[in-house]
Design a protein around this ligand. Structure first.
Ligand SMILES: CC(C)(COP(=O)(O)OP(=O)(O)OC[C@H]1O[C@@H](n2cnc3c(N)ncnc32)[C@H](O)[C@@H]1OP(=O)(O)O)[C@@H](O)C(=O)NCCC(=O)NCCS
Length: 204
């Protein structure tokens, strides 16, 4: 995925974008929105904050920071090619990222590949599910036909999350330690939030 993302150029998301807001079990308010050009430092802070285990489950290697090309791709949205959602808490007036999810399509409209990340300490509160469901809604609206993801065989949370949202799992054709999640995209059974409107961001 990193290689594919590195090939893509970019367009900034507009300053005012749709969002979804809800409350965690502890009452704190979480907001989901599209990543913007000025999120680079926030995303690096999120990645730096991860435990080695979470970092490995997401990136399959122990990187401590995102390489510039990947960071650049994550902070520029164009729904036919790449889109990143970030989840943040407002902590003393600062947006502190606690999760992100993205898809990238290198052969629009046939397929896109997704990945999810929730910060340690916020697992199991429904954030991963919100991220994935919103990504599906946006990709459907953008006209993408299938969504896929690669996950470690040992990643029970991601296996459960993918299957609970209509993905089928199969062995990765080349890597024994990976599974592939696959879903033919169609209007989902869940209600899409206003984030689905991100699909109509202007094409490059
Ligand atoms: C995978 C990940 C994104 C899930 O996010 P999350 O916010 O913890 O997930 P949710 O709270 O939405 O839970 C989703 C479902 O998984 C289940 N789940 C959570 N942890 C689980 C585990 N260890 N084993 C089995 N099921 C688990 C939850 O019970 C929930 O099921 P339900 O909806 O039927 O109740 C998160 O754990 C994470 O960031 N992990 C590290 C990075 C990673 O693995 N990324 C995926 C690579 S694509």
């Amino acid at each position: 995925m990193a290689g594919a993302l590195a090939l893509l150029s970019r367009t900034s998301a507009p300053a005012s974008t749709p969002f979804e807001r809800w409350q965690l079990d502890d009452g704190r308010s979480v907001t989901l929105r599209a990543a913007r050009g000025d999120d680079a430092l926030r995303i690096q802070a999120l990645v730096r904050s991860l435990s080695p285990r979470t970092r490995y489950l997401r990136f399959f290697n122990p990187l401590r920071e995102l390489p510039p090309a990947l960071l650049d791709a994550f902070t520029h949205a164009e729904p036919r090619h790449e889109l990143t959602l970030v989840a943040y808490l407002d902590i003393e007036g600062q947006e502190t990222l606690i999760g992100m999810g993205q898809y990238v399509s290198v052969d629009y409209p046939a397929q896109c590949e997704f990945a999810l990340l929730v910060a340690d300490g916020y697992h199991g509160q429904g954030l991963g599910s919100r991220l994935l469901r919103n990504l599906v809604c946006i990709a459907v609206e953008a006209g993408i036909e299938t969504m896929e993801g690669e996950l470690l065989d040992e990643n029970l949370a991601m296996r459960h999350l993918a299957q609970a949202n209509g993905f089928t799992l199969s062995r990765h054709p080349h890597e024994a330690y990976l599974l592939k999640a696959h879903k033919a995209l169609a209007p989902p059974p869940w209600k899409c939030s206003q984030l689905a409107a991100l699909a109509s961001l202007p094409a490059r």
